[in-house]
Design a protein around this ligand. Structure first.
Ligand code: FES
Length: 183
């Protein structure tokens, strides 16, 4: 009886079919499980990425520093830590802005993001122009477009000077539009 059970008439061909089927089934189950895990991971990630766009974050004033060291008429790149309240959390991210002290003592602050497609631009102190390396947009010291594909002037950020110190509210604007629209 043992021999009859272990050796079916068609040998390996008959026994291999169910094993292969089972293997494929398990492969399918594993893939499906991975898919479910993948979606499970992706959904919160998508939510995390989209939520800030849907829900306007509350931006606040950031103290940048004293303005007496700023040279008049010459843009300075200033770094600070931006604190943004997002629901219950407060996120702190290092940011950079361009500040230009005006002859009258006020300060104009530009977002560091090129309004064309969002690259970082620099001040060319020899040429006295802001230049974006990505597609060649050029701006004067007031932010006006002089050359290149930029659709609007540099974005001015809300700023104020209190007791000789500069404060800035960091905002981001959509790129590619002919007017500033906040993200
Ligand atoms: Fe600056 Fe295109 S992103 S010119």
């Amino acid at each position: 009886p043992m021999a009859a059970r272990d050796a079916p008439p068609d040998g390996a061909l008959v026994t291999s079919a169910p094993v292969g089927t089972r293997r494929r089934f398990f492969a399918w189950v594993t893939k499906s499980a991975m898919g479910v895990i993948g979606v499970g991971l992706a959904v919160p990630l998508i939510g995390y990425a989209v939520a800030p766009a849907l829900k306007r974050r509350e931006s606040s004033w950031n103290e940048i520093g004293p303005i007496d060291q700023l040279p008049a008429g010459e843009p300075e790149q200033l770094e600070f830590v931006n604190s943004v309240k997002d629901g219950w959390r407060t996120a702190s991210v290092k940011k950079v802005v361009w500040a230009i002290k005006q002859p009258a003592g006020t300060v104009v602050v530009f977002s560091p993001i090129c309004p064309h497609l969002g690259c970082g631009f620099r001040w060319d102190s020899d040429d006295k122009k802001f230049k974006c390396p990505c597609h060649g947009s050029v701006y004067d010291v007031t932010g006006k477009v002089l050359d290149g594909p930029a659709p609007r002037p540099l974005d001015v950020l809300p700023s104020k000077v209190e007791q000789g110190r500069l404060w800035v509210t960091y905002k981001q604007y959509k790129s590619g539009l002919d007017r500033p629209v906040e993200l």
